[in-house]
Design a protein around this ligand. Structure first.
Ligand code: PHE
Length: 337
């Protein structure tokens, strides 16, 4: 076989072709599995020993040349195509704008809140969304007969050992305190799940931020001070805060915390139900039984904890009236923030 002759034939063939399809045909003819190069290679074993190496080398260099020429032709063809298509283009037409992405509003609010607490020395810790019954309830001193344990208030996902989708971020308290000794100051954002029917103010999944601090001599006034910095940071310096007595099994004493209505400034409107106040979180001093459950000496240590709903905070701050807007991912909504 005359390798030079093959090369010359190839060069004239490639010069004359005009389309990508023709080029592909030529590629298959020369480089394909049953192509000319493959055929040449298959002949090597039948050559006299002394000719094999030299012949093999020349076939290889022919193959490299053909490959390079085909690639070059490919580039030229697509370039020409671009130019011929562009020939009638309107060069005055505006370009295609690059869309700028952004963080979801909930991510922004979570970041903002965590930032405020981090500036006060809290560290961010996250826990898993699938939890044990112990961390979600028992360790938190929630009695066996408590209604929140019922299947219509908690998504159970496995029987033995019992696993569930956490219904609040408080189990992070148990995890963090079991893992570290006091002093600690932690902020724990994340998703929580409750089997609620979806409406303007309910969703089966939403976000909470848990905060807690444990050390010797932590007092309710420390909780008040920390929450005041948070409320003013998120809602502005003029915001007022009040604590109403409440009950949670894992805190004693417990409180619900309100801020003065940011819509009517405390005068009373439809958003605050004419009360002038908006509930924004639950809080209290960590129950001694919880401290005991994680192996802390409850005579030596005390702590506070609080938990808030992120969607609620975001809705109040930005005047959003339907929780479903956060999860529908309608860009007309998301782009506003
Ligand atoms: N876990 C409570 C809830 O989901 C909130 C809370 C957290 C209250 C910590 C007190 C202390 O309603």
């Amino acid at each position: 076989m005359d390798i030079e002759a093959i090369q010359i034939t190839f060069e004239s063939e490639i010069q004359n072709l005009k389309s990508a399809e023709e080029l592909e045909g030529l590629r298959i003819k020369y480089l394909g599995r049953k192509g000319i190069i493959a055929h040449l290679t298959s002949q090597i074993p039948s050559l006299p020993q002394s000719e094999r190496a030299g012949f093999g080398k020349r076939v290889n260099s022919l193959k490299d040349k053909i490959t390079a020429l085909i690639e070059e032709k490919q580039r030229n063809l697509s370039l020409n195509q671009g130019i011929s298509q562009g020939a009638g283009a309107d060069i005055g037409m505006p370009g295609i704008a690059q869309e700028l992405g952004r963080l979801h509003l909930l991510t922004q609010v979570i970041d903002e809140i965590c930032d405020i607490f981090q500036r006060m020395g809290f560290s961010v810790v996250v826990g898993p969304e699938i939890e044990t019954e112990y961390n979600n309830f028992t360790g938190l001193n929630i009695p066996l007969e408590h209604p929140s344990r019922e299947a219509f208030d908690t998504f159970y996902i496995q029987d033995y050992p019992k696993l569930l989708l956490r219904s609040h971020t408080s189990p992070v308290q148990i995890r963090a305190m079991k893992a570290q000794k006091p002093p600690l100051a932690i902020i724990a954002p994340g998703r929580v799940y409750r089997p609620d029917a979806v409406d303007a103010s309910h969703s089966f999944m939403f976000h909470q931020i848990e905060g807690f601090m444990v050390d010797q001599d932590i007092k309710f006034s420390d909780l008040k001070g920390v929450l005041e910095v948070f409320a003013k940071g998120v809602f502005g310096e003029d915001i007022k805060m009040r604590f109403r007595p409440h009950f949670f099994p894992f805190t004693e004493p417990s409180a619900e915390v309100d801020i003065s209505c940011i819509i009517c400034n405390g005068k009373g409107c439809s958003v605050c139900g004419r009360k002038g106040w908006l509930e924004i979180l639950g809080a209290g001093m960590i129950h001694p039984k919880v401290l005991k459950n994680v192996g802390y000496d409850f005579k030596k240590y005390s702590g506070f904890a609080f938990g808030m709903g992120v969607e609620r905070i975001a809705m109040l701050k930005y005047g959003i009236n339907d929780i479903r807007l956060f999860f529908e991912n309608d860009l007309r909504f998301l782009k506003q923030f």
